[in-house]
Write a protein that binds this ligand. Sequence first.
Ligand SMILES: [Zn+2]
Length: 498
Amino acid sequence: MINHKRIRITNNLVEEGPLTYARSGPYSKSEGWTDIRVVDVPLDSIQRVELVTEKGKTVSQILSELVSQHGGNWLCFNASHFNEENGDLLGLTYRDGEEIYQDVLGMTEGRPHFYYKNGRFGIGRQTRPDGVKMAVCGVPTLSEDGKSIDPPHAAEKTPSNELETKSRMIVGIKSDGTLGMITVDGRGAYDKGLTTKEAGIMATKYGYETTVNLDGGESATFATNNRQLLDALEIDKANKKRQFHVADMSLDYQEKVVHHAIAIQFDPDKLLPTYIVDHIPTSTPHNRRAGHALKATTLTIHNTGNPTSTARNERNWLTNPTNEVTASYHIVLDDKETIECLPLDENAWAAGDGTNGEGNRTSIHIEICESGDYQHTLERAVELVASMLQERGWGVERLRRHYDWPRADGYRKNCPRLMYDNGSWTGWHQFVERVRIAMAPISEKKTPFSDVEAGRWSEAAIKAVADKGWMEGYPDEKFKPGNKVTREELAVVLNRLK
Ligand SMILES: [Zn+2]
């Protein structure tokens, strides 16, 4: 999950609300609401992990240095509690197989480490530095084995003020090894923050097996040089300059010097999800999430009708307090991401055919954005729709245009408008055909080679290796499937596989 949410904890349960900011009343700090930002880092997205010590520097300064030194995509966050006088991290700390800070006697010996070792993150005490890439002391443990911990383990000697309502930097580990980095806002006018008990409940709800608090208070800082990640977390959307978030929405974004950062270089293709589940809350005004059970029998395709609006804009519009329309959709996608805004087993209001209209009550509605690289968006739409049809065992005959669901008075909306072509709907027919081809089994597809006849026993395999670029044909566009392979040709193929 990569997400920005507004939550509060009531009766030990997490409630999610709209991203609405008021100094009093609904969704305000005084009613217990607070913002969190969550970044899940799958193990296979991690290229490098560093614990950086730079006395006198902020997290974003450390980030800038890493980027200029190594390039690539990084996310950085404050390491853990430190000595305000000399900047040393508190507690036994390891880096690159060596001890860099010692325990504070009588205080930190029972605290768990947040560590990276043998290519995995973990939470737990490391007694020896051997093979440990980095280990810092957190306090307290917030959850274990998927259960929140309250009160904290006595041996951790958690300072009593750490238990209070605060902004926080929390790390968690999922059962598959995914690292979760969670920033909790809570210092300004809009965000309450979380107690350690509430933080444990929150982390458990979002699927982390084990979590630990790295810091409560004004040090909680997250920074990345990846613009898509900043956008997904709704950080600095307006001026596009800031690379960091301090756990407070209302101050002037001054970063505190924290002297250290945990830095992760990542592969954006593996970290950034392309299918995001971000359902609007059931409390969304104007009945946009009515919650009628939907047993869909068709998929309906739309264009957003707005040339500049991204998938994220469209999702946010559904929870924008100034939106007064009863209109919603299940899925919206652009050239980068796909967002599921409503559960696919609940109705949306997108067909315009009334409360009990067939379009509104039997179809899953997919909005194709018009912003960005539209050809790429269309490709992504073809892939999505093909996989959704396949999952359900359906064919392209289950596809509908918004146009196919008339209003009671017979009016039909010209939607998806970019497929309309003055009424001939050629764009629509092409779209359906592309989906059909995408769904065709690989054996039905043609290879680019004139001498590989349709239905040949090896056709699907030849197509697959040609598509992947592992093997090519001869210059005369023949594959010569019966030819022998030389040792040097085999070496070329093996080298491409590596
Ligand atoms: Zn439409």
